[in-house]
Design a protein around this ligand. Sequence first.
Ligand SMILES: *Cc1c(COP(=O)(O)O)cnc(C)c1O
Length: 239
Amino acid sequence: MSANLAILQQNLDQISGRIEAACHRSGRDRSDVQVIAVTKYARTEWVRELIRLGWTTLGEARPQQLVQRAEEFRDDSDLPDVHWHLIGHLQRNKVRPVLPIVEVIHSVDSLRLLDRIEFMADELQTRPKVLLEINIAEDSAKDGFSVDALIDEWPKLVERSSWQLDGLMTMAPHTDDETQIRKTFAALRTLRDRLREQTPDEPILHELSMGMSGDFEIAIEEGATMIRIGSALYEGLDR
Ligand SMILES: *Cc1c(COP(=O)(O)O)cnc(C)c1O
């Protein structure tokens, strides 16, 4: 095994340990937290090794790269099947190529996009999970629904969507301030609970997708069911 792959294996072991510890601290079951291994920075051979080691739920931020990567590994019969998640912005004109591949779209940031996804999914006879991306901090540089807009539109949205909405996603602000990060994640959970109260009869919003390399432990403590880890997987690897 090359030095790189040995380092990758070490990183994975270490991250697994940190996830388990965070679950333990917060009284959560390890099986309630799904890890999406984000491959956007990864070389092909690292991705192959990830898959080989059983890290088969992978996330890409760019639709085009997701399609390419999925094609690359689809026909490799030596490897287990990959479950692809799209975590980055999706333009409406990229919905068609992405839909047959993805199991989860984390980044639904407008009603127009949701409409487009539902329409195309009908045509293609597929049904990915969809999560609404929330811009908790109201950062104008970020995509996503504002909390107020979503609360306002929620009844209409639930009525109009032919699907159950599966969850919410957010990104914490880029900061070392742990309090602020925790507040963001707690706000997503609170929003989820509030929306659920409005529609108690619908089995919706199970997933909270939050937490990345720098903050996944806080996210787990605040109730994340999906964490999206990229750079920490590849730390110390030689390009
Ligand atoms: C890149 C990316 C991640 C992973 O970020 P790291 O800090 O590298 O772990 C998670 N979520 C989204 C939406 C991303 O684009």
